[in-house]
Design a protein around this ligand. Structure first.
Ligand code: CP3
Length: 360
């Protein structure tokens, strides 16, 4: 038998596992399973309707019936292989007690965390309790999938400590996160305490998602690529490795996906030293270079440019086909290189699903 398994044919005894979980665990399937980052969101009219009903974004994330509903919307509409829990990476700082709001048209706003007193005030022992509605969302979504879409895997997630700390210190999104990067140099002891708090909170938060029914977990490190190698090792690789080790100790068969966005040539070292099962490639990564830098048993995920999905048509097809050609024979999950854009026509997503399902 070839190393590549057929993802369309009859289900043999060993193939009862969901395709997405098989690929994330290192099996090469063709056509590859797929899902899209931010597949639930404002580009979908049915999302906007539920979002309206919820009132605010945090209310949506903490109302399990509504959050579970928007989690399954893209499954219903497009038939993806994975459903990603509808929540946000900033719900961990929120559960630690840091005031958070999502301002209309402005993105997330946190009360900036700048000193030792603010780090000491974070309430690690309250995370499970405050985040309980999120774990209920996981439970409800699993029930819905088990009933209506038994081949679809539920992905839990969290932000990685570096990216979450960057928002916590800065207080909002930023092009360069100067304050956070500055604090990491000026007071590494304080910044280290913040990172250690996040390692603990994130581990516990992911374990609770797994206990509630998440079948794989992903760590989003959207701002990993702004650090030089020494800082990348200290604030991205080491904390991620600790979280992966702690999750795997209790749940060795749950695949862990890492997304060190814009890590560039450090992707190989990231994979080797963190112990992730699959690495998500950002839009700028050449899939062939990633394939050369990452051992063959490690999954790759990605990395279509979300802008090509906005454009659609021949541009979309050409980009998607290039990625598919580069990834054939590898354990691979088709995805975007970053989140779906709000202006994406849903019919372009449907066309992309058809193309990937045909194997390109
Ligand atoms: O469908 C999914 O992918 C699941 C849900 C999900 C959201 N955010 C929902 C969301 C996931 C996995 C995230 C991750 C996230 N959140 C990241 C990492 C990935 C990345 O995009 O780099 C980051 C950095 C955040 C922080 C965040 N949340 C920002 C910067 C914003 C504002 C930007 C924007 O698109 O509005 C959010 C809000 C947010 N998170 C929305 C959604 C659907 C939009 C809120 C709304 O509906 O008004």
């Amino acid at each position: 038998m070839s190393a590549e398994s057929d993802n369309k044919g009859a289900q043999g005894a060993g193939e009862a596992r969901k395709p997405l979980l098989r690929a994330l665990s290192g099996e090469a399937l063709w056509p590859p399973p797929m899902w899209l980052m931010r597949q639930a969101g404002r580009y979908l009219p049915e999302y906007r309707e539920v979002r309206e009903k919820a009132g605010g974004f945090i209310a949506l994330c903490t109302t399990p019936e509504l959050a579970a509903e928007v989690t399954v919307q893209p499954i219903r509409r497009f038939g993806m292989d994975g459903a990603i829990l509808f929540s946000d990476i900033l719900m961990v700082p929120w559960a630690l007690g840091q005031p958070l709001r999502f301002a209309e048209g402005e993105g997330p706003v946190l009360e900036p965390l700048r000193d030792a007193a603010a780090v000491a005030a974070l309430e690690l022992d309250r995370v499970r309790d405050r985040a309980a509605p999120i774990f209920d969302t996981v439970r409800l979504t699993r029930l819905a999938l088990d009933q209506h879409a038994p081949k679809v895997a539920l992905i839990g997630f969290a932000g990685s400590p570096w990216t979450v700390a960057a928002y916590m210190v800065e207080g909002h999104g930023s092009r360069d996160f100067h304050t956070a990067r500055g604090m990491a140099y000026a007071d590494p002891a304080l910044f280290g305490r913040l990172i250690r708090t996040l390692v603990e909170a994130t581990t516990d938060y992911l374990l609770a998602q797994i206990e509630a029914g998440a079948e794989a977990v992903m760590l989003f490190d959207s701002w990993a690529g702004m650090l030089p190698p020494s800082q990348f090792r200290r604030w991205v690789i080491e904390p991620t490795a600790t979280i992966v080790r702690n999750v795997k100790r209790l749940h060795p068969s749950i695949p862990v996906v890492g997304f060190p966005r814009l890590a560039g040539p450090l992707i190989g070292e990231y994979v080797q030293r963190t112990g992730v099962d699959t690495v998500a490639m950002d839009t700028a990564m050449d899939p062939r270079l990633a394939a050369a830098a990452v051992p063959a048993h490690i999954g790759l995920q990605g990395n279509l440019d979300p802008l090509s999905l906005v454009t659609g048509g021949a541009a979309l097809e050409a980009e998607a086909r290039q990625i598919l050609a580069a990834m054939r024979g590898r354990p691979f999950v088709f995805n975007l290189g970053h989140g779906i854009e709000k202006v994406t026509p849903p019919e372009h997503v449907a066309a992309l699903v058809r193309l990937v399902r045909s194997g390109g």
